[in-house]
Design a protein around this ligand. Structure first.
Ligand code: FE2
Length: 302
């Protein structure tokens, strides 16, 4: 029984070693410590703080504030594939539709295209190390499909139930890989990621969340057997660590009941060669396809 997964010091990362690749293939997750500098984490956090500051809650209030707005909420989410949108914690609003706490302490996440809409997020997401990592884990032509900034607020940061990301980002064959970057220290107290190693080799994700008519959606469950909780490992990591995991790696996080936030940034990649069916909830706008990493700088030939 696996009780832990290996950790690799990635302070001088320049390629995926055979040991890293073996760990990823066995466990479905690779833990890379010190891959991103604290300065780079802070720069991303500062940029997000400025974006939140500029965000006018009142302009979007109709989407969030009451249960009878579920259609509007669905539309706001389902059409966010090419946008930067903000999603609030449940119970962030009172019955009058006003935020109970300041907006920066009420947000659950932002998504889903900061990597294409904002220059700071673009260069962070397309850093050379991430391209090397994506290629080293088997993506020959990686596309950056989705980005999310997860706030996991102090005291109220909500629980995320056990799931596989490929349920939400489906390709044929399965190629989704997530990079989860700890922008702050992630501990059991503030709701670090936890996961179940070794299940990523099942033939398919256990469920599929798909778009039906317009912005409606449904979840199809192929296998409802319980996750083997006894194999769950906590993934406590320091700021600057990167967790790279298969779209079929089951993971979850407990609520944050502590007084410390636990900001994290994720990007999800797929291989351009794989089919990305139209039933995926995340669809890019017409004329705005998902893009890869920056091409290598060409040599100056005259
Ligand atoms: Fe996830």
């Amino acid at each position: 029984m696996t009780v832990s997964v290996p950790r690799f010091d990635a302070i001088n990362f320049d390629h995926v070693t055979a040991d890293m690749r073996a760990a990823y293939e066995r466990d479905g997750i690779l833990v890379l410590e010190n891959m991103v500098t604290g300065e780079a984490c802070q720069q991303l956090m500062d940029r997000m703080a400025a974006m939140v500051d500029a965000f006018d809650v009142n302009e979007h209030k109709t989407f969030f504030s009451s249960a009878d707005q579920s259609h509007a909420k669905d539309d706001y989410f389902m059409s966010s594939g090419s946008e930067v949108r903000f999603f609030f914690e449940e119970d962030a609003f009172n019955e009058k539709g006003d935020l109970i706490k300041p907006k920066e302490l009420s947000l659950n996440k932002a998504g889903h295209a900061m990597h294409d809409r904002d220059p700071v997020f673009d260069s962070f997401s397309r850093q050379k190390n991430f391209q090397t990592l994506a290629n080293g884990l088997g993506l020959t032509d990686p596309l950056l499909l989705q980005s999310m900034y997860i706030f996991k607020q102090p005291n109220i940061g909500g629980e995320v139930f056990c799931h596989q990301d490929a349920t939400y980002l489906w390709t044929e064959p399965q190629t989704c890989i997530g990079f989860w970057v700890a922008l702050e220290d992630a501990t059991l107290e503030n709701g670090c990621l936890q996961g179940i190693p070794g299940l990523h080799t099942e033939p398919l994700p256990r469920s599929l969340f798909r778009r039906t008519d317009g912005n409606a959606s449904e979840t199809i469950v192929f296998d409802d057997s319980p996750w083997p909780e006894e194999k769950r490992v906590p993934l406590e990591v320091k700021r600057g660590s990167v967790l790279a995991f298969s779209g079929q790696f089951p993971h979850l996080s407990a609520p944050n009941r502590s007084d410390k936030s636990r900001h994290a940034y994720t990007i999800h990649l797929i291989d351009r060669e794989a089919e990305y069916p139209d039933f995926n909830w995340l669809q890019r706008k017409e004329g705005d396809p998902a893009k890869g990493f920056k091409p290598a700088e060409s040599s100056l030939d005259t």
